[in-house]
Ligand binder design. Sequence first.
Ligand SMILES: [Fe+2]
Length: 79
Amino acid sequence: MMKMYRCRICGETFLGSEAPSHCPFCGAHRELFVDTSEYPEDINAVDLTEVERNDLMETIELELSNTRFYLPWPPTATT
Ligand SMILES: [Fe+2]
């Protein structure tokens, strides 16, 4: 039976019959994975100041705009 597991260190999710031996993203050991049904919903909840919220939104916009780096060049090229 497939289950969804989540790393308590970085939040990476993993789908499988059991938790991976190590987190594929941060390397945390299996013991730090929890079944997502047991993962506390508010574990990542934080209160942001207005400045922090604006910085976060600018960072997200920057990350989203960086996706152009992975597009083919010239734009009409096919893969
Ligand atoms: Fe992780």
